[in-house]
Design a protein around this ligand. Sequence first.
Ligand SMILES: [Mg+2]
Length: 351
Amino acid sequence: MSTIIYVDMDYFFAACEELKHPELKGKQFVVGTSAFEDRMLKGVVQTCNYETRKLGIHSAMPLIEAFRIKPDLAYLPEDYEYYESTSKKIVDLLKSYGFRIEVDSIDEVAMEALDTSYDRALELSKEIKARINDRIGLPCTIGVSFGKTFAKMACDDAKPNGIKVLTEADVKDFLREKPVEELPGIGKKTGDRLRAMGFDTIGRLSKASAVALYGEFGEAGRYMFLIANGTETEKIVENEEAQSIGRERAVRLNPADRIEVESILGKLSGEVSAEAKKQNLLYKTVTLKVRYNDFTIHIKSMTLNHYINSVELLNETVLGLSRYIDATKEVNKIGVKVSTLVSMKGQNTLF
Ligand SMILES: [Mg+2]
């Protein structure tokens, strides 16, 4: 049996800023002001630390609103290069355990601990937490369970700075009273539909018929059924993500505003391209990821005929993919990623 150990860094960008500027520790601040450069106050909060969250400020909030709440906060620009290099150190540290790993995002990693009991996984988690703290200087939270989704849910439950083990025996109790919106990937809209069907808690949802859920929501309904019943056992997908270069931003974007869409995608393509050049890599697959404000996610990829490292071609491809964005919804996160990488010197093919 394999046990999933899910590591999620606490308020990652903000914690990185505290590492860089120790004088900020314990003070209130917000990260996300690179938007100041060209458009005063048009951006949104990328992240903030827990002290700042107490004021009611949160990620994806327009900066202007944060300003209204507290104008004299420290407002910092994002330093993606620093976050990326810190993330890489964390991934390297986790890789040293020798398990298969999946990098879920810049600050979330799932590990598949083969033949590992929950007791042993708990011990390992304590050790991992201590090592990340000692060697990198950052806090994290760890969730342990039999499937990836439950490990992630356990992790969310233990935030910040905690560890939680969720076993087959505990999972039903754990889920019973949770509102349906806490199912991973369920946004407000789907939550409202489930409530209208009479399912306000995950416990109630577990009584639904699989056929009815499938009929109403398709594949997503099947997934909901498995999670609600505590029988979902998603394993990890070993790592395409580590062999890709991506950048994403929390935004408040109306997709119908093409000028705005092109401006943000131009910036992201520029950053991805610069990173690929720095690492001497060519790429062939381009992915655009969009998260709408109902938290549904839209991913569109395209694999080109040739390896490229041109910012113009990348931008053109990304703009092509952006035609598929649903223009009737607001977007709250957008990202560009390149994968199928090959070293420019041709000697270090990654696949
Ligand atoms: Mg995190």
